[in-house]
Ligand binder design. Structure first.
Ligand code: SF4
Ligand code: SF4
Length: 84
């Protein structure tokens, strides 16, 4: 039996042109994410790079608006159908 959940959902995705990957300190996306879906961890060279947990992301779009570099886009992803 299928749940009432929509089979598709919008999720944020951080692209490779993110300022953090260019060694420019930026955490605007994480600061605006109420769900704390974006966390930073040390990447190559010691700079902090973002990690986005799509399981936690609600697709609210706050990070997309906050990003000064247009590095975030919203993508529609198919949710796994759950069986009761
Ligand atoms: S879309 Fe919303 S919940 Fe998802 S990462 Fe961005 S701010 Fe967080
Ligand atoms: S706000 Fe944009 S540029 Fe800054 S860390 Fe997040 S994705 Fe990268």
């Amino acid at each position: 039996m299928k749940t009432g959940k929509a089979p598709w959902a919008m999720k944020a995705v951080i692209s490779s042109n993110c300022l953090s990957y260019q060694k420019i300190a930026c955490r605007a996306c994480a600061d605006f994410c109420e769900m704390r879906a974006i966390r930073f961890h040390p990447g190559l060279g010691g700079q902090q790079t973002p990690d986005l947990d799509s399981e936690v992301c609600t697709g609210c779009g706050a990070c997309l608006v906050a990003c000064p570099n247009g590095s975030i886009e919203m993508r529609e992803v198919k949710l796994q159908e759950e069986v009761l």
